[in-house]
Unconditional design. Structure first.
Length: 311
């Protein structure tokens, strides 16, 4: 029986590993719900920001995980998740028996299954729980979480799931299923962003009023969530990275690897990946993913709002 069950009146203790734009918002959401939250990030300034918010800062992942009921890992990929767990000062050796590791990274489902087996062999729980919704919904605790794992893992993780998410989809009792759902989402998101950027730059090439294009398309059948969201960045000429080009270089690369292993064709995802690679190669990798519109503009001579070179 866990100490949380034995002491139902005490605050749930959580650790968040990775206090970037997503992780910091998630940690703040947990604190608002009354959880006792420790945070760690490889960048000391990120930890300092969380301390200013009233959180507990930690010097290492293991330090953050000591005494925690729930450890939430908000890093980029499977390799970083493995390092959080089993690297120097990793959390796996510091977590108490019965605690749950909640993995929010986007990764190949096979990697998620492998990590879950290794974690569960230590007497811990593992919840495969990639997220969607971006930084705004991370801040407000309204993320969508695509989760899979054992009943024990779901039950143990419930306090942070409730704090972080507007919707939690329970997708099965095996780790890897949540990761697979996330990759379907990322395939669509990456293709939709590329299509939106191609369309708005094409409109610019034709000399159309881009504000009016946005108004018309968002009221028409050609609209998508990504068009409505990302084209706002283009119209503002603001490519501050809310979701960077490199994220889709990574995620559509995972889609390609998964599809190749299944001998399954993904030509639209492949074409979109080439555009993200081109934007990264042009120096925009750390800029917002709506920078694909700038790439199209550079290739075609179209003029976009702001019309400034990449940083």
């Amino acid at each position: 029986m866990s100490s949380l069950t034995e002491n139902p009146g005490r605050a749930v203790v959580a650790a968040v590993i990775g206090l970037g734009s997503m992780g910091l918002g998630m940690a703040r959401s947990m604190k608002r719900q009354g959880l006792d939250v420790a945070g760690y990030d490889i960048t000391p300034a990120a930890v300092d920001r969380f301390i200013v918010d009233g959180g507990r800062g930690s010097a290492t992942p293991a330090n953050a995980a000591e005494g925690a009921d729930i450890v939430v890992s908000v890093v980029v990929n499977g390799a970083q998740t493995e390092a959080v767990l089993f690297g120097p000062q990793g959390v796996a050796g510091a977590m108490k028996p019965g605690a749950v590791f909640v993995s929010c990274a986007t990764m190949d489902p096979a990697i998620a299954r492998d990590l879950a087996q290794r974690v569960e062999a230590l007497g811990l729980n593992y919840l495969d729980a990639p997220v969607s919704g971006g930084t705004a919904k991370a801040q407000t605790g309204e993320l969508t979480i695509m989760a899979s794992g054992s009943r024990q893992a779901f039950d143990a993780a419930r306090p942070v799931l409730d704090a972080m998410a507007g919707k939690v989809y329970e997708l099965g009792n095996q780790a890897g299923t949540g990761a697979a759902f996330k990759m379907i989402n990322q395939l669509l998101a990456g293709v939709h962003i590329a299509a939106a950027c191609e369309a708005i730059a094409f409109a610019a090439k034709q000399g159309l009023d881009l504000d009016k294009v946005y108004e018309v398309i968002t009221a028409s059948a050609g609209n998508s969530w990504m068009f409505e969201n990302r084209v706002r960045h283009v119209l503002a000429g603001d490519y501050t990275p809310l979701s960077a080009i490199e994220i889709f270089v990574k995620d559509l690369g995972i889609v390609q690897d998964m599809a190749r292993s299944e001998r399954y064709p993904v030509p639209l995802a492949a074409a979109a990946l080439q555009m993200y690679l081109a934007a990264s190669g042009a120096g925009m990798g750390r800029d917002d993913d709506s920078s694909l519109a700038r790439l199209y503009a550079q290739l075609s001579g179209a003029k976009l709002p702001g019309d400034q070179p990449h940083r």
